[in-house]
Design a protein around this ligand. Sequence first.
Ligand code: ADE
Length: 224
Amino acid sequence: MRIDIITVLPELLKSPFEASILKRAIEKGLVEVNFHNLRDYADNSYNQVDDYQFGGGAGMVLMIEPIDKCISALTKERSYDEIIYMTPDGETLDQKMANGISLSKNIIILCGHYKGVDHRVRETFITREISVGDYVLSGGELAAAILCDATIRLIPGVLNNETSALTDTFQDNLLAPPVYTRPAEYKGMKVPEVLLSGNFPKIEKWREDQAVERTEKLRPDLLK
Ligand code: ADE
């Protein structure tokens, strides 16, 4: 999978890809992530990529021209499954969406900033608009990092057996069961007996029951 991220703040985005699972996925060649600084596509001496909005009002808007130039340079080289715009008014990201996107070969992610992007960008170039939740971030960069993390870990080979995504919360519309590690007793707090029993069918059954129970209690909406 290849991900091209267009941003005015590449430095804000880089660190999540420099540690742990995402770093290893990149090192293993399972995903390639490229950062494109929108300012490199500005055609004026100030590297200006934003401007005041027509009609007046507070806040700057990212201009269409540098975005067009950047997207055109990328799409000239290869075709893309999706050109995604991160925005609070997009479809809310969930596990199903991450599963679907993880099957893509090439995607572009455009990060909004300030008041957003010139609406013609959204009408003309963008194939999908994604939100990471009903709250407003200062820009699309952290949202893009969330989308990339949720997606990259689902690419076959990124997680090993121990960290397999198959047992994740949400993967089957259930919350994950509780997990414990040593010691078996800490200040009188005991790990559930069944987990120490070595009876694996029984442990499996307990985990399934816990997943259903926790989902009914904490997120009944997932069971509808
Ligand atoms: N940009 C600003 N807020 C956002 C959000 N909640 N989701 C995606 N992109 C955003």
